[in-house]
Design a protein around this ligand. Structure first.
Ligand SMILES: [Cu+2]
Length: 236
């Protein structure tokens, strides 16, 4: 008889846990500002993953709570009620199939978003980013200018071409989400379309030596006019 109450219990308690976690993630956002087209894509995949994980967590925790209450031993010497195992095979097979379907769907979601990020190499502005222990240097091949700061124009597609003079570094601006390794002897591209003007920080995301934590660079995203003004000097 007791087992019949498992579904409403899991539905109500699991629903409350899931709702509580959803509220917590909304009230205390875990992500920095979303400042690029690519960030929207990454956040979409992240939120999808979060919904699936939260649901599974709520399901497992509510079922665990149900078992703790319903199958407890009333007295120390008594054994608790045994779970009806006649449906065990069904639960096992269903769980394996559901997990498999979920894992494949998440892999497909990830592949879809990754494809969207890297399939189109076209860009309005090309910037070479040279990484070395422990600094970043920027070069705009179209205008042949060097910069100590990365200027970007809002709404324009930038192809960041990464190279490294010594060891492996990694270009990462948290507000843009995507990151890419800079590998010695290789030029690796990354497409970025900033959507919010402002100043951001490039962090090296690959442990690259004693000065790794100081390996930061400045990024400024400007409207068209400010971008033109800021990049007017021969080098900047
Ligand atoms: Cu580095």
């Amino acid at each position: 008889m007791k087992n019949k109450s498992v579904f409403p219990f899991v539905a109500v308690v699991g629903g409350l846990i899931a709702f509580g976690m959803y509220k917590a993630f909304t009230v205390f956002p875990t992500m920095p500002l979303q400042a690029s087209v690519q960030a929207e894509s990454v956040d979409g995949a992240w939120n999808g993953l979060l919904i699936v994980e939260t649901s599974i967590y709520a399901l497992v925790m509510s079922f665990l709570l149900y078992c703790l209450v319903m199958f407890r031993a009333a007295k120390r010497e008594e054994q608790g009620d045994k779970f009806d195992r006649s449906r065990g095979r069904f639960v096992e097979v269903a769980w394996v199939l559901v997990s498999l379907a979920l894992t494949l769907s998440l892999a497909a979601l990830g592949a879809h978003e990754l494809r969207a990020l890297i399939s189109d190499p076209s860009a309005d502005i090309v910037v070479e980013v040279h990484a070395q222990q422990f600094s970043w240097e920027f070069y705009y091949p179209e205008t042949k200018q060097y910069g100590t700061k990365l200027f970007m124009e809002k709404g324009k597609r930038h192809r960041i071409v990464l190279t490294s003079k010594d060891v492996v570094h990694s270009f990462w601006v948290p507000e843009f989400r995507v990151k890419q390794d800079a590998v010695p002897g290789k030029a690796v591209s990354l497409i970025l379309t900033p959507t919010v003007t402002g100043k951001y920080t490039i962090m090296c995301n690959q442990l690259c030596g004693w000065g790794h934590t100081d390996m930061q660079g400045a990024v400024e995203v400007d409207e068209h006019d400010d971008f033109v003004n800021n990049t007017k000097a021969s080098d900047f």
